[in-house]
Design a protein around this ligand. Structure first.
Ligand SMILES: [Zn+2]
Length: 69
């Protein structure tokens, strides 16, 4: 579920909203202004650790000796 953060340029209200469609018109819940600025979503940001670390034993390709077969 894409949740985006917005900042209203009219009243400086900061709010989050679920956006179903990219064409959806977002308006400020406080003053109903459409002059809102999309902020960087925390959910869309990649993890700071970078590449996902392998968890568990390394797969040897032999069936049932690892967690992935
Ligand atoms: Zn506003």
């Amino acid at each position: 579920m894409p949740i985006f953060e917005y900042n209203c340029q009219s009243c400086d209200q900061h709010f989050e909203t679920i956006v179903m469609s990219a064409r959806e018109k977002i308006s400020c819940p406080k003053c109903s202004s459409k002059k809102v600025q999309k902020q960087l979503s925390v959910f869309a940001a990649p993890a700071s650790t970078g590449d996902p670390a392998p968890s568990g034993p390394v797969c040897t390709g032999t069936p049932q000796t690892c967690g992935c077969h």
